[in-house]
Design a binder for this molecule. Structure first.
Ligand code: C2O
Ligand code: CU
Ligand code: CU
Length: 518
């Protein structure tokens, strides 16, 4: 055995310790530099670079036709025929699609508050469907939920009075587990409501001329021009943007004030709209009605299911390029990377070409609407909705999406999750501790957002809503009242409006019951 001098040993030990210390420091500094350099690169690659840039804006924007109605016994009667279709999105190539009364999307239904409407739906598809009137206050048996099935070849009649105020509503299928695919293939239409107030405001309101609907949807195309859809994806993102079913669109509009009604009709993508020249514009409406006063801004965030109305001043005669920008900074980077593109990318949406006009741009009124707000103190109840987290009660879901629960439960057609008393004023507290933002939608009512993580909502969300994006680590509280309609058996739905999440079971059912009914 060699003899080791203890002092020499100590010295060697000290030397190697300081060397390690230096080395460690160097490694740490190196790692830090790599990290600092890679953040912007990752940010750029996954967050900014995603684009459909270089659009030529070759195609004239399609405007969905306004659906004619027939007056029968004082009621406006409409006909809707969901059917299979074919569309040439890419030149010379055709895609199998679905549409109402046509190949893709549906006609726009236009009504006034107070109208009595009858909508006859004939299902000409080769599969079951339903038709849901998103945002509208209708009886539960007329709501077109998974419970009002229309089998292939079958028909269904919806009858209800228009009780909602002036707003941009929409209709789409809601079959249990198959909503995402049917919407993706084209089953979406707009349902526009006017009322005395909206008509008195002198807002741009000539449909398709200075009041232009924009149904914005992302799609993925196969080389042969067909629509690409993969089952079993968590949420479906495309790289091509369709506006009213038009790829690469432009629209001509009077060089004056022009209203656009934007619907995010995508399955999963959030948009962060603005104009390339950073011009400001006025938001005048949220999902369910006009704001109290116009809100001037340069950006609008819209998650699936949400709508806004904006008024853009084109009187300077300059072309305006509507885009979607990478949104809200670095905080959602992780989500953008891991959740396949929520809110990322910059996509051209639409080129707006002003045309000379002899209209004089009317001033936007300062006051648009009166919104009566409930006092949160007067709420009868607070209900908590936990979005995401572990699944405690799983049900076999027909849909392909991921299994994300609400309050630990996946949707079951035969389970009622919540029972609300007719007339109750309630606060719903939406809590998202998961890794992804969810647009929460409730049927039957319009609500007012009380706060996001305790802070009052931005002006852009200060009006009537039926869908609200709940970000990760966020708690959103809204207040609403459940009135007019009650039914002891037929429920309404609440769900995430990422359609793959909905199909995968991120949905629940609530009854509105009349305690005084026999
Ligand atoms: Cu737009 Cu229950 O849906
Ligand atoms: Cu709905
Ligand atoms: Cu979701």
């Amino acid at each position: 055995m060699p003899c080791r001098h203890p002092i020499l040993f100590m010295a060697a030990d000290t030397v190697s310790k300081t060397n390690y210390g230096k080395l460690l420091k160097r490694i740490l500094i190196g790692l830090l530099i790599v990290l600092i350099v890679s953040i912007p690169i990752v940010y750029y690659l996954f967050y900014v670079r995603v684009t459909n840039g270089g659009l030529e804006f070759e195609n004239a924007l399609r405007i969905p036709e306004a659906l004619e109605s027939e007056m029968v016994e004082g009621k406006k009667v409409f006909e809707l025929r969901p059917q299979l279709g074919r569309m040439e999105f890419l030149e010379g190539k055709s895609a199998e699609t679905m549409g109402y009364n046509g190949n893709f999307l549906g006609p726009t239904i236009r009504v006034d508050k107070g109208d009595e409407v009858v909508i006859n739906v004939t299902n000409e598809l080769d599969e079951m469907t339903t038709v849901h009137w998103h945002g509208m206050h209708v009886p539960p048996d007329m709501d077109g939920t998974p419970h009002q099935k229309i089998v292939a070849g079958g028909s269904w009649q919806a009858r209800f009075p228009i009780l909602n105020e002036a707003s941009t509503m929409w209709y789409h299928p809601h079959p249990h587990g198959a909503t995402a695919q049917q919407v993706y293939r084209g089953l979406v239409g707009l349902f526009l409501i006017e009322d005395e107030n909206s008509k008195s405001l002198n807002l741009p309101s000539e449909y398709g001329v200075d009041d232009i609907p924009l149904v914005i949807q992302e799609r993925l195309f196969n080389r042969d021009g067909s629509l690409h859809y993969e089952l079993n994806k968590g949420a479906y993102y495309g790289d091509a943007i369709l506006v009213n079913g038009t790829l690469d669109p432009h629209v001509r509009a009077p060089a004056s004030l022009v209203r656009f009604r934007l619907l995010n009709g995508s399955n999963a993508r959030d948009y962060y709209f603005g104009f390339e020249d950073e011009r400001s514009f006025h938001q005048i409406a949220t999902d369910g009605g006009l704001l109290e006063s116009p809100h001037e801004t340069t950006r609008i965030r819209l998650s699936p299911g949400e709508r806004v109305e904006i008024v853009v001043d084109l009187s300077d005669g300059e072309e305006a390029l509507l885009k979607t920008f990478p949104d809200y900074g670095l905080t959602l980077l992780a989500e953008a990377v891991f959740a396949d593109g929520i809110g990322n990318g910059q996509f051209d949406i639409l080129k707006i070409i002003p045309e000379a006009t002899d209209r004089v741009a009317a001033e936007l009124p300062q006051r648009l609407n009166t919104i009566e707000r409930w006092d949160p103190e007067d709420a009868d109840k607070t209900r908590r909705m936990m979005l995401g987290g572990p699944v405690r009660e799983g049900h076999p879901m027909p849909g392909p999406g991921p299994r994300i629960p609400i309050n630990g439960k996946l949707m079951s057609m035969s389970r009622v999750d919540e029972v609300v008393e007719l007339g109750a004023v309630e606060i719903w507290e939406l809590v998202n501790r998961g890794g992804q933002a969810h647009p929460f939608h409730i049927h039957d009512v319009q609500f007012l957002i009380l706060d996001r993580n305790g802070a009052p909502p931005d002006a852009s969300e200060s009006g009537w809503k039926d869908t609200v994006l709940v970000n990760t680590n966020e708690t959103v509280r809204f207040i609403t009242q459940f009135n007019t309609y009650a039914d002891p058996d037929i429920p309404y739905m609440y769900h995430c409006h990422i359609l793959e999440h909905e199909d995968g079971g991120m949905m629940g059912q609530f009854l509105v019951v009349d305690p005084d009914a026999p």
